[in-house]
Design a protein around this ligand. Structure first.
Ligand code: SF4
Length: 195
């Protein structure tokens, strides 16, 4: 039987591993996470479809690979409450508040109202010291603060996604992923407007 032909973008899961590895050694690489924020939105706005989720998302690919091919997933059905709109939109709001807080902390450092905190926070609950990953003075303090904040959001969401993958189907994270919820909303609005 002929094997499925792979596309170049089927290997974006490597990017996810690389991103966290780079940020472990130098937190400034966390800025690259903005690509993961902006690209899905741009594809949805201009394409009006979920092409990013279906083809380009390294995180989704990684969950498929670990949970599917490597068998790390129990494969249980995704709980229905995770699929419900109230949970998906509620989680999106929670995610946006976290991102808003990163922007606020960045601004406070920029304005000199507080000093740079060299730690990675997971949803305000866990604060991981991360001071080896940045040498003071490399960039303005606010730019470093944004890196720590963004890396925290990326790491927190990855851990949640891995947990969902292990407990349920490999891509259970995708049903309540904030980026997925936002892109779906954009596509719906765009398609409605075109009709
Ligand atoms: S829902 Fe989120 S994690 Fe899943 S493919 Fe889309 S952007 Fe990636």
């Amino acid at each position: 039987m002929k094997a499925n032909k792979k596309n170049w973008y089927d290997y974006f899961w490597i990017w996810v591993i690389l991103y966290f590895a780079l940020g472990f050694f130098n937190i400034l690489f966390a800025w690259l996470g903005m690509i993961d924020f902006l690209l899905p939105l741009l594809v949805a706005v201009f394409g009006g479809n979920k092409w990013f989720c279906n083809n380009l998302c390294g995180r989704g690919q990684l969950f498929s690979l670990l949970g599917g091919k490597l068998g790390w997933s129990h494969g249980k059905p995704t709980p229905t409450f995770l699929i419900s709109p109230w949970f998906r939109y509620g989680f999106l709001i929670f995610f946006l508040i976290m991102f808003g807080n990163v922007l606020l902390q960045t601004y406070l450092v920029f304005a000199g109202a507080r000093s740079l905190k060299q730690a990675v926070s997971l949803a305000w609950a866990v604060h991981l010291p991360w001071d080896w990953a940045y040498t003071a003075g490399q960039v303005p303090d606010w730019a470093a603060q944004f890196s720590f904040g963004l890396y925290g959001i990326m790491l927190f969401s990855l851990l949640l996604g891995l947990l969902a993958m292990v407990l349920h189907k490999p891509r259970s994270w995708c049903v309540f992923c904030p980026m997925g919820t936002m892109t779906q909303g954009i596509c719906k609005l765009k398609n409605k407007a075109e009709k």
